[in-house]
Design a protein around this ligand. Structure first.
Ligand code: 5GP
Length: 194
């Protein structure tokens, strides 16, 4: 997605060879017009799939799930992160290690909002180690729902996430795929789509 690549080049801040800061437009301060375009792009890429729900994880996936769900005309659900391991409610849950914070969270979704009747598209801001998205794939499995694929706004292709998801047979659509990055330069894997 050219609009996104251009914005990452303009406003993204490469903190190290592995961490890209995009909090001026994507995940702290948020550009709503860009977010809506991102939602439309995911909806186009998964057009024709019988999606009933979009699933993401709090907090930075929420605006992209919202934009995608609006474009698809379906609800979205965000998985909640809790530090406590004691879960009293009726939830699907899985432990996930955070790439940025190096902590393990319990990620959960109420059984009320994901069932075996659902066909789900997962959306998130980053695909890095894949831990967060693999956790969501696990939750969809627990619900017995059908997964159509994963939409990542930014994929850091030099990390292992894509490979791990592909091993599970998951379709991945990333709107900006970063091959390598340094404070001087960001290299994207060019795709023909959008
Ligand atoms: P994972 O490693 O599980 O694929 O990524 C988990 C989460 O870490 C992402 O959803 C995202 O919020 C955060 N994350 C991973 N890599 C980066 C990065 O380079 N920059 C920022 N800002 N967040 C990241």
């Amino acid at each position: 997605m050219k609009l996104l690549q251009d914005r990452i080049r303009k406003d993204g801040d490469v903190l190290s060879s592995h961490v890209l800061k995009v909090d001026s437009f994507l995940n702290h301060q948020v550009d709503p017009l860009l977010t809506m375009e991102i939602g439309k792009a995911f909806a186009e890429r998964f057009a024709g799939e019988p999606i009933t729900k979009v699933l993401t994880i709090e907090a930075s996936g929420i605006q992209f799930a919202m934009a995608t769900a609006l474009a698809l005309g379906v609800p979205f659900v965000y998985a909640k992160k809790k530090k406590a391991v004691t879960l009293t409610e009726d939830v699907y849950s899985v432990p996930v290690e955070s790439f940025t914070r190096k902590e393990t969270y319990q990620v959960s979704v109420s059984k009320k909002y994901l069932t075996a009747d659902d066909t789900v598209l997962i959306v998130d801001d980053f695909l890095a180690t894949g831990a967060a998205l693999i956790g969501l794939v696990d939750i969809i499995g627990q619900a017995g729902a059908k997964l159509v694929g994963v939409g990542a706004v930014i994929e850091k292709s030099f990390q292992e996430g894509r490979g791990l998801l592909e091993q599970k047979g998951v379709r991945i659509e990333s709107l900006a795929r970063i091959e390598s990055m340094s404070p001087e330069e960001i290299h994207f894997i060019e795709e023909t789509a959008t």
